[in-house]
Design a protein around this ligand. Sequence first.
Ligand code: SF4
Length: 314
Amino acid sequence: MDPIDKAALIEERLALLYRQLQICHLCPRRCEVNRTAGETGYCGGGLEAVVYTAFLHQGEEPGISGKQGSGTIFFSGCNLRCVYCQNHRFSHTLEGTKVSPDDLARIMVRLQERGAENINLVTATHFLPWVLDGLARAFRNGLALPIVYNTSGYETVETVKVLGDVVDIYLADMRYVTPSLAERYSKAPDYPAVNKLALRKMYEQKSVVWQGRLLKEGLVVRHLVLPGYAEETIKALAWMSENTPQALVSLMFQYQPYFEAGQYPEINRRVNEDEYERVMDFLDELDLEGWTQDLVPEADLAGVHFKPTLEGLI
Ligand code: SF4
């Protein structure tokens, strides 16, 4: 769809989206707090979007980062908040810069001017009305890049319906298929059920479209392998093979016990070689396309060191 048509579509839906904040049900937590009256729910999000940082990200999947980098905007706060989160510094807090929809539009357009291959909105759902408001303004100000919606996969089908005409690529996690794990590590026992519905809806909306080596449209299902849970990964891959076979898969082995993972002895280590091989052997049996990571030695793993800055972008 043409960017101006997308802007018009968002503008039509904005009043309804902002109204959702009165009994907040933007995400499956359905806290039903009145954010317009200053109440906050699980995510902590208030009445302004908060961005931790934005930059041209070279570390996403090759089809997303391309040559120039993905114009990535990391929002602060999160509706999932996993105990092992590598971005806990800003996902478990609201550390960052409060931004207006006009600020967001400027950030997006400036990322485009800097050569971004796309605009990559990371963990945006708890700020959805402002994010889409900003996106509409950016489209009106010349933004013409594909839009990537980068999500934990803990989304309602209603939200995915709103996003369907507006975003081009879903970069969506499938973190768990077992409710007890989702409860233990992310306080979301309904995650597997909710996530499967959301992924199915995304899959229905998007077919994979490439332009050379760059992804222009589609669903990428990301799965982070957890130590001790190779069987969980195998179940997740089997589900993808059956339910979203034409989607791209990104199988990640970069897990490190960040944040509170030390309090959970069973995940207080990296994935080992046996687990890696078991998962990769199973993947080999499937007809799935996408990307995997190598099991690199700990010393070679890059840490998370995003600078909290929007310098030059607003
Ligand atoms: S967006 Fe935040 S306040 Fe709203 S339902 Fe989700 S967690 Fe609760």
